[in-house]
Design a protein around this ligand. Sequence first.
Ligand code: GDP
Ligand code: IMO
Ligand code: MG
Length: 426
Amino acid sequence: MSVTMVIGAQWGDEAKGKVVDLLSQDADITARFNGGDNAGHTVINSYGTFKLRLTPNGFSNPKTTCIIGPGVVVNLATLICEIQMIKDAGIDLTDRLWVSPRCHVVMPYHPMVEAIYELAKGSASTGTTGRGMGPVYADKVSYNGIRLVDMQDRTNFHEKIQVQLQVKNALFKAFSLEPLEVQPVMEEKLEQYAQVQGMVRESFGLVQKALNENANILLEGAQGTLLDNTWGTYPYCTASTVVSGGVTPGLGISPRWIQRVIGVTKAYTTRVGRGPMPTELKDAAGQVLQFEGKEFGTVTGRPRRCGWFDADLVAFTAKLNGFTEIALTKLDVLDTLPKIKIGVGYHPRGEKGDLAHYWEGDARWLEGYEPEYIEMDGWLQPTRDVRQFRELPPQAQAYVHRIEELVETPVSIVSVGPERHATIMV
Ligand code: GDP
Ligand code: IMO
Ligand code: MG
């Protein structure tokens, strides 16, 4: 029996999609348990290139059941588009996709509420993906959410929308936005719901049976741990629980079943949106990372901020999640750099002394600190075609080993290109 989690170790976009696609070849079940369509997970395999936001990345293995667990918030329009996109590639998910009726639904007013807050905050805005994540999770925890199960009864659904619009429309009017009407909102959502209704079924029994039958279960985290609502750089974070423990509320699996927790981390650091990023580069090296890594947001197309690998952050996320191993991705992006730095902790700006760590403060605290670096030699040769660890240039091997030491976790996968096959199993 094997329950494997794939968790982002940084600020998202670490290439979780690639790692899940790779591992899903042996998975009986692949499941998402957090986030919503703010995620964008890229997969390049024999079926083509996919940028999936809700559907678990086991879809290309016909033997894998795909589950969207109750911790995920569902934008029905996105889900319908994805199912169609996958169908166009020759894979019909109708019998293989399970979407929990407990999932909360992103309603048209959620991105509107989000936009009001983001504008009101001005330069202190979070820089969200604009998918309504904050408001939909806020409605969930304040008992104002609408779940897929609520859409099964027209009268119940109507009443719930009516209550929500009573409150939300007052806000829209105050901010000179057009109020929404109950009927069209309801009809649009019911029309979308009808298209996926057959897949809306609770997966708890299926998952528990699979656990007892020693099946391989692969859990696909969304976002990255530094965006976690509690442990991330709040308020420059996301709305859901990103860490490994989120699988209990998010899918209904007890922590005692989890055996492998794979932390996915880039060989450097990126971040989209605002908030502190101690190792951010604004020089030529940063431009190399951005250009070579094609660092543009999968969902919004925004350029990602780029910087050196921050070992203090990843050592923290390794402890928090209990990483049993690391998947180190995009090593090839560093191929042309003569010198490579690694952040190993922080000291107050302009001062030296004992190193401070991420977990000691909050996002504002971190703004006042700068990283301490170690420097290593680059390898200045292409790694994209390497498939054996021992065939990597010695400087690249040393870089990987240094990361293992600093993060106190072994590296089990090294990725040297976006395609499934561009991978070194260590
Ligand atoms: P996710 O959200 O964690 O699944 O990551 P994204 O898909 O948003 O971003 C990762 C990007 O890097 C995608 O464009 C991938 O195709 C690409 N990618 C994945 N692994 C590698 C790699 O090892 N090298 C390079 N150069 N690109 C990679
Ligand atoms: P994947 O799963 C990178 C960031 C946004 C913003 C903050 C809050 O592809 O790794 P939100 O829309 O969630 O309210 O935005 O979180 N963010 C991500 N950054 N990858 C993601 O997902 C992200 N999901 C959210 O850019 O800074
Ligand atoms: Mg992404």
